[in-house]
Design a protein around this ligand. Structure first.
Ligand code: AMP
Ligand code: MN
Ligand code: MN
Ligand code: MN
Length: 293
């Protein structure tokens, strides 16, 4: 039976919704089933799995969630290039069978393997051999080799303390192992999500290296393309950014989303479901959702 997730709740902002996390189908470390089980154990009341650029984990996650009676939202996190910067756009309530979305994602991820080979070559040139093969050992989905898999290899070999240490010394612009990639265009990514019946959410807006003017232009472009929400409370945001992006949501007339961006135990600093509730000033993206419970 479908019913409104917000019905009967005095304040829908208080629902423990985690609408951003990853499994082994992209750069998380747990299987889709294990992510769902862990979310339920952590008190999550509604979960979206949002793997990067693919939908392969959604069937398994939905089946496990149904078994546990946990409301489940099929999602995806699409890699976008805007103004030369990588931006992430989350799709929520997408149809996992939608051909337009799947074709767009297939195109978006198609350059990943060649990029990974180049990352390996760059690391070899600074005295770190075998990184491509080493990263592949962490990959759960051959279609989705990510910088995170290289990061795990660099930690394993003792080159870095942890994954965030890796991203300050390697794999980013100006450092060894950075290979620029052209991802989807903003309007295409949003269009695929809309085609698949979903809602487009700008992921962790506080993370992008854009100045004020560019930031404003990027959010305007996202909204003009048909985007309807931004992540306000994110595991990738600071406490100050919760308030800042609540103001941005109100200013731009966007709904607000909430998610941990969990990648795995011991690696993510934020556990599934363990981020604060949305601020009172915003309207949650789930305010009018009908969801199977
Ligand atoms: P890719 O899509 O291959 O470029 O890899 C991007 C992924 O790297 C993101 O989804 C994060 O999981 C991870 N990542 C990027 N920057 C950082 C960072 N500073 N700390 C930890 N993980 C990061
Ligand atoms: Mn990731
Ligand atoms: Mn992201
Ligand atoms: Mn993410």
């Amino acid at each position: 039976m479908k019913s409104s997730i917000a019905a009967g709740r005095a304040d829908p902002r208080r629902i423990n919704a985690d609408l951003h996390c990853h499994s082994l189908m992209s750069d998380g470390t747990l299987s889709p089933s294990a992510v769902v089980e862990r979310a339920a154990a952590q008190g999550v009341e509604m979960l979206a799995l949002t793997d990067h650029d693919n939908l392969a984990g959604l069937g398994e996650a939905a089946a496990r969630a149904a078994g546990l009676g946990l409301p489940f939202v099929p999602g995806v996190e699409v890699s976008v290039t805007w103004g030369g910067e990588t931006i992430h756009v989350v799709g929520l309530n997408v149809d996992p069978q939608d051909a337009t979305l799947e074709e767009g994602l297939a195109r978006t991820r198609s350059g990943r393997d060649a990029r990974a080979v180049e990352i390996g070559e760059q690391l070899a040139a600074v005295g770190i051999p075998g990184a491509y093969e080493g990263a592949l050992r962490y990959v759960g989905n051959p279609a989705l080799v990510s910088r995170t898999h290289f990061a795990r290899f660099l930690v394993e070999r003792g080159f870095c303390r942890d994954v965030s240490d890796v991203f300050s010394r390697f794999l980013v612009e100006g450092r060894p192992g950075f290979v620029p990639q052209r991802w989807a265009a903003m309007d295409e990514a949003v269009e695929w999500i809309l085609c698949a019946g979903g809602q487009a959410v700008l992921a962790h807006p506080g993370r992008y290296r854009l100045d004020r003017v560019q930031h404003h232009a990027m959010i305007s472009d996202f909204r003009d393309a048909g985007g309807v929400a931004i992540e306000v409370v994110s595991g990738s945001h600071t406490v100050a950014q919760y308030a800042e992006y609540a103001r941005v949501a109100v200013e731009f007339g966007l709904l607000a989303s909430r998610g941990s961006d969990f990648h795995g135990p011991g690696e993510s600093h934020v556990e599934l479901g363990q981020v604060p509730p949305l601020p009172d000033s915003v309207v949650p993206v789930w305010h009018d959702w009908e969801i199977a419970a």
